[in-house]
Design a protein around this ligand. Structure first.
Ligand SMILES: *Cc1c(COP(=O)(O)O)cnc(C)c1O
Length: 435
């Protein structure tokens, strides 16, 4: 057994000063049992915990680390920027550089506003959509995550009514009632909602590549239907590309599917590991934000020079190194190596992949395309496999409903050790199940 004594002691100490010992809930390992590891350092594809155990990291801080940990060019950009002052609360040149890089890469984007997290980006995009359209209703999809703003912490109501219910305590029912929740992969529900309430809808927000409830890859026809309905009804289409932006290609899902949204939100990769989010769209829409327009939006640390430098350095490395072709090769290798292992697995398990995003679903049949199609037993089947992977030095997300991330720092050797560890972990899990 691996020694986790120092992580355990730190966790106990953290629990006294921080609720649940963590600053974001999934980190607590609640879904898989056991206690979280305290990470001491990272380099490339490897992280070390406080007990000095090393792991190949397939979490990558949940998406930002597409270059791996502590990439020398990103670290150097941060060092250089920070030596010149950490924050000014005034315009600086580095904001323009990152804005131009994001705009240049993404279809239809003419302006972006920077914020400090993905949550802020989606929250602000929705306020903007409401301000521009003068309408209150927003539509989201079950299985998509857009951060933790009140009007997005909403789940589907029961029965035919799609009125949302708060999915967290503290979210007023009155707020949730302005959010409609639809199933993914379902044109009929979409058409019915637009027929009934289309003229009241300010915006539809979707992860065009839903990657927060497993990887629920959508049919292009469904995304095209969304585009058509929103356009016809005068509602805005918001692509939440906080994970997919610069992950599946420079132009995100919009370029991949050839569908241009009215607004797009970014985060994770564009901050290169520092806290950055952004939302953007056509100049005519973005002109509605203060100080030009009447939709208020602001941030003390927005456009922070150090964070801008980390983001710009990350995007520069990505475009220079044909990153997405290399990530596709790595992903394809992993998928190919896993295929026979999963086919002979002693548990129901399958895989689905888009570039460097991977998901292993612990159920029979084809990859699900909606939250309702995900078997609730996935979690219990995954937990022992997670432990087995961790014991073999593979750090993956501590939840059956999270994707695995590859980075440019992963090598074919990392993939080889991962697949062997996965095979052994599956065997162990099956033995444990019988005993
Ligand atoms: C991570 C994520 C968010 C929230 O970003 P934070 O920086 O955690 O606030 C929003 N949307 C999507 C699709 C995400 O994956």
């Amino acid at each position: 057994m691996i020694n986790h004594a120092k992580s355990r002691a730190l966790y106990e100490r953290a629990c006294r000063s921080i609720p649940g010992g963590v600053n974001s809930p999934v980190r607590a390992f609640g879904a898989v049992g056991g206690e979280p590891l305290f990470i001491a350092r990272g380099q490339g594809a490897t992280i070390w915990d406080e007990d000095d155990n090393s792991y190949v990291d397939f979490v990558g801080s949940w998406g930002p680390l597409i270059l791996g940990h502590a990439h020398p060019e990103v670290v150097e950009a941060v060092r250089e920027a920070s030596a010149g002052g950490l924050t000014f609360g005034a315009p600086c040149k580095r904001e323009i550089a990152l804005a131009e890089a994001v705009i240049g890469a993404y279809p239809g984007l003419e302006q972006v506003r920077f914020v400090s997290s993905g949550t802020e980006a989606t929250m602000s995009a929705i306020r903007l959509a409401r301000g521009v359209t003068g309408r209150d209703l927003i539509v989201k999809f079950a299985g998509c995550y857009h951060g933790h703003a009140d009007h997005l912490l909403v789940s589907a109501g029961s029965g035919l009514a799609t009125l949302g219910n708060p999915s967290s305590a503290g979210v007023p029912k009155a707020f949730a009632e302005l959010t409609r929740v639809l199933p993914l992969d379902d044109e009929a529900s979409l058409a019915a909602l637009f027929a009934a309430e289309g003229t009241r809808i300010a915006a539809v927000i979707i992860e065009p590549i839903p990657a927060n409830h497993g990887l629920l890859i959508q049919r292009k026809e469904f995304l095209a239907a969304l585009r058509a309905h929103t356009k016809a009804a005068g509602a805005l289409l918001i692509f939440d590309e906080v994970i997919s932006g610069f992950r599946v290609g420079a132009g995100g899902a919009a370029a991949l599917y050839g569908i241009t949204p009215d607004l797009a939100t970014f985060g994770k990769i564009i901050g290169g590991g520092l806290p950055v989010g952004a939302f953007g769209g056509a100049r005519s829409i973005m002109a509605n934000i203060a100080p030009q327009g009447t939709v208020y939006q602001a941030g003390t640390l927005s456009g922070n020079p150090v964070a801008m430098a980390a983001g710009a350095a990350t995007l520069a490395v990505l475009s220079r190194e044909s990153a997405w072709a290399r990530l596709e090769d790595l992903g394809a290798l992993l998928e190919r190596k896993m295929a026979p292992i999963l086919a002979n697995a002693p548990l129901p398990v399958g895989q689905i992949r888009l570039g460097s995003l991977l998901w292993f679903f612990f159920q029979k049949g084809p990859a699900p395309r909606s939250a309702a199609a995900v078997d609730s037993a996935c979690g219990t089947r995954f937990a022992p496999v997670f432990r087995g992977l961790l014991d073999r030095g593979m750090y993956v997300a501590p939840s059956a409903y999270e994707v695995f991330f590859l980075s440019l720092a992963h090598t074919p050797q990392h993939i080889e050790s991962f697949t062997e560890a996965f095979r052994a972990a599956l065997d162990d899990a099956a033995t444990g199940e019988k005993s």
